[in-house]
Design a protein around this ligand. Structure first.
Ligand code: APR
Ligand code: PHB
Length: 390
């Protein structure tokens, strides 16, 4: 087989990239390890920056997002028995975010690829990237019990944190930066009325809690827990009482609880691998970076990577110029590091890292107190939350 670009990974990054390239006349083949049903069973985050929404519309995959996504003009923080609202719209000259589940966004991208008869091979194994530093890279893989080879011009590594692409860059070339959080999140999806109209980030002595939603009747909650915990140790009853204990009484007293329809536990880390290019291989999304979800940046960074990479690839095929390809890694990483800074800042401000009454603990109280009374600090948080310019 031959194509212009082989994309490893059929998650949001890979699908969005293949769709944007297809619309610009650039051919690609997506290789995905899992079945489509498995990919669509993943419950992930749900806050889209305007740049991400614009890209979905440019990809002709934004119709359902525009119909069902909820515009959020602000979010709440809760701490010390009080709340402080971050007025995103007012502090950023009218910018907002859209709450729309990543699962739905991924479904929209699959449907858009189907409408253009895009080539996505599912349940592939043993993907290997070859001759990346030459002029004629090729990818080998097994599918339906047979070994295949695709010759191409470029390879996009969109295969997430555990993928093969990043590991195809020699250790001598790669610089990896990582901070592991000393806690995890337990996430619950429930068919209940959300705790509030807007997203609530809460810091309490008992730990962090996040109240989000997918619709007026579908809520998404997260609480901080020890990394040593197991999902089995968290019954629904235990989750709801732990969540209530971490929210101000005015919110907890009205909490609508019910059976979880999905529950997962995820460790938190900040991770960035440099460079995001190696010869003819370009990394995008989780393959290159992971951010703590407190800033809701994971999916949005995947989108800005794809924005830069798709423009560079289209320029390459339309004019032969490699300027965009040469600048890709540096351009993408500049935005990744700024979003990582913000995500780490939000994580530090809202989670319990050390015991109560530690110096750290009191610093966090001061940070939240400062945020509640400083328009400058709220503006800085707001402009990062709605997304820095692509
Ligand atoms: N070969 C083929 N496909 C692979 C391989 C491999 N060796 N390894 C992983 N994959 C697939 C995974 O099955 C997954 O579907 O690559 C895809 C990567 O998708 P994501 O992990 O969702 O990463 P990305 O597309 O960059 O999207 C980033 O997803 O994890 C969230 O928080 C993250 O919201 C962010 C978004
Ligand atoms: C979510 O809705 O899943 C969500 C919202 C905000 C975050 C993280 C996740 O910071």
């Amino acid at each position: 087989m031959k194509t212009q670009l082989v994309i490893i990974g059929g998650g949001p990054s890979g699908l969005l990239l293949s769709q944007l390239l297809h619309l610009a006349g650039v051919d690609s083949i997506v290789l995905e390890r899992k079945s489509r049903a498995y990919v669509l069973s993943r419950i992930r985050a749900g806050v889209l920056e305007q740049g991400t929404c614009d890209l979905m519309r440019a990809a002709k995959a934004g119709a359902r997002m525009d119909r069902h996504g909820k515009v959020h003009a602000g979010f709440l923080t809760a701490f010390g028995g009080r709340t402080a609202r971050i007025d995103l719209e007012g502090l950023t000259g009218g910018k907002t975010v859209l709450v729309y589940g990543q699962t739905e966004l991924t479904r929209d991208l699959y449907e858009a690829r189907d409408q253009l008869n895009g080539t996505i091979l599912h349940e592939v194994d043993d993907v290997e990237l070859n001759n990346l530093t030459g002029e004629t890279p090729f990818v080998t893989f097994s599918h339906n019990g047979e070994t295949h080879r695709i010759d191409c011009d470029l390879v996009a590594g969109c295969d997430g944190f555990h993928g093969v692409s990043r590991r195809s860059i020699p250790n001598s070339v790669r610089n990896e930066y990582e901070k592991i959080c000393p806690f995890a999140w337990i996430g619950v999806l429930s068919e209940t009325r959300p705790a509030g109209r807007e997203i609530i980030y809460s810091r309490s002595q008992a730990g962090f809690a996040l109240c989000s939603m997918r619709s007026d009747t579908l809520s998404r909650y997260y609480i901080q827990c020890p990394v040593t915990d197991t999902l089995e140790a968290w019954s629904d009853d235990r989750f709801w009482s732990a969540l209530s204990a971490r929210l101000p009484a005015s919110i907890a007293d009205k909490l609508d609880t019910g059976p979880s329809i999905q529950k997962n536990m995820a460790p938190l880390r900040a991770f960035i691998s440099e460079p995001m290019r190696y010869g003819r291989l370009f990394l995008a999304g989780d393959a290159a970076h992971i951010v703590p979800p407190t800033g809701a940046k994971g999916l949005n960074l995947a989108a800005s990577d794809v924005f830069y990479l798709s423009n560079a690839v289209i320029e390459f095929y339309k004019s032969g110029s490699e300027t965009g390809l040469d600048a890709y890694s540096q351009t993408a990483l500049a935005r990744v590091w700024k979003a990582s800074r913000f995500s780490w800042f939000m994580t530090r401000m809202l989670h319990n890292f050390e015991g109560p009454d530690s110096f750290d603990d009191r610093l966090q109280d001061a940070q939240l107190d400062y945020m509640s009374c400083s328009k400058a600090q709220q503006t800085a948080i707001a402009e990062n939350y709605v997304g820095l310019p692509f």
